[in-house]
Design a protein around this ligand. Structure first.
Ligand SMILES: C[S@@+](CC[C@H](N)C(=O)[O-])C[C@H]1O[C@@H](n2cnc3c(N)ncnc32)[C@H](O)[C@@H]1O
Length: 279
């Protein structure tokens, strides 16, 4: 039996798989890793951050079928999931480490008794401008606006200039708002509530961080305030109407790159319209 078969079996056998979303961990991991392969420029020199890694479904699936990055670091706030990763993944996967973050999240705090992890500040200086690529699957779908802003700044501080960070979220835009209004979304949102003048939607007012969606303009602002810019979006099928390949919306945020000298820019020459017209 390969290491990966053992790793995914250990995931199947732990109740923590349900803490991070449930379903078969290998299937979920494969789907997420495929999204990364398609949208991030990964190769053997990549240094990858898996932010909110949970039990490591995504990074294990990425390592299984490659490309095998130079380094992967998984970070999470729940001590039991980091213990699981250190016990089942770290000894079997090369160039893979895990960091416990000393942080809070109302949706996960009941799984945290004590947290002796590193602060955001400590990790930010340890990994300053380090990661070429990053991902956060199903993390920004469970955080407050305050944390959305703070976590993006934290993650951005650890990315190299020009580095790409993939996050999933639920975006409120004309289409998704229309579908929500007409009850077409694939989540029932039966007890939903609108916050901040309609800028934020929580799917269940009694458990706001189980599903939280943010207006596109708000996400753009929070991303930009963190020194990043949205450079690609793939919408998810959550909003109904048969669009999207993934469940959640996938956004690539690029950290603002170091600017080039004018003579280093490879310009694309424009076709002369006068020459075409034979003048
Ligand atoms: C729905 S789970 C997804 C786990 C993993 N990304 C996956 O797809 O299998 C969300 C994860 O985000 C983590 N998380 C939530 N808030 C966080 C924070 N402030 N910093 C780091 N991780 C956080 C949770 O502990 C949880 O493991």
């Amino acid at each position: 039996m390969s290491n990966f078969a053992q790793i995914f079996d250990a995931m199947r056998n732990t109740p923590m798989n349900d803490w991070v979303g449930g379903s078969d961990p290998e299937t979920v991991g494969n789907a997420s890793a495929n999204v990364m392969r398609r949208l991030l420029p990964l190769n053997g020199n990549s240094k990858v951050l898996d932010f909110g890694c949970g039990i490591g479904r995504v990074l294990a699936a990425l390592k299984k079928d490659g490309p095998d990055p130079k380094n992967i670091v998984g970070m999470d706030i729940m001590p039991p999931v980091i213990d699981f990763c250190n016990q089942h993944l770290k000894p079997n996967l090369t160039n893979t480490t895990f960091e416990l973050v000393n942080d809070k999240n109302d949706h996960y705090d009941h799984f945290i008794e004590t947290n002796a992890g590193k602060t955001r500040e400590a990790l930010s200086s340890q990994y300053q401008d380090y990661f070429t690529d990053g991902c956060a699957f199903s993390v920004f779908t469970h955080v407050t606006k305050h944390d959305f802003a703070g976590l993006l700044k934290f993650i951005s501080s650890m990315m190299v200039p020009g580095g790409r960070f993939l996050m999933t979220c639920f975006e409120l835009n004309e289409f998704s708002r229309y579908m929500i209004e007409h009850q077409q979304t694939i989540f029932p949102l039966a007890n939903k509530a609108w916050w901040e003048g309609g800028q934020i939607l929580v799917g269940d007012a009694n458990d706001p961080l189980a599903f939280i969606a943010f207006d596109r303009s708000l996400v753009e602002k929070l991303v930009w305030d963190a020194g990043l810019a949205i450079s690609k979006v793939e919408y998810g099928c959550w909003m109904g109407g048969g669009i999207g390949s993934s469940l959640q919306d996938v956004m690539i945020c690029t950290k603002l790159p170091t600017l080039l000298e004018k003579d280093k820019i490879k310009f694309t020459p424009l076709v002369s319209r006068e020459a075409i017209a034979g003048r």
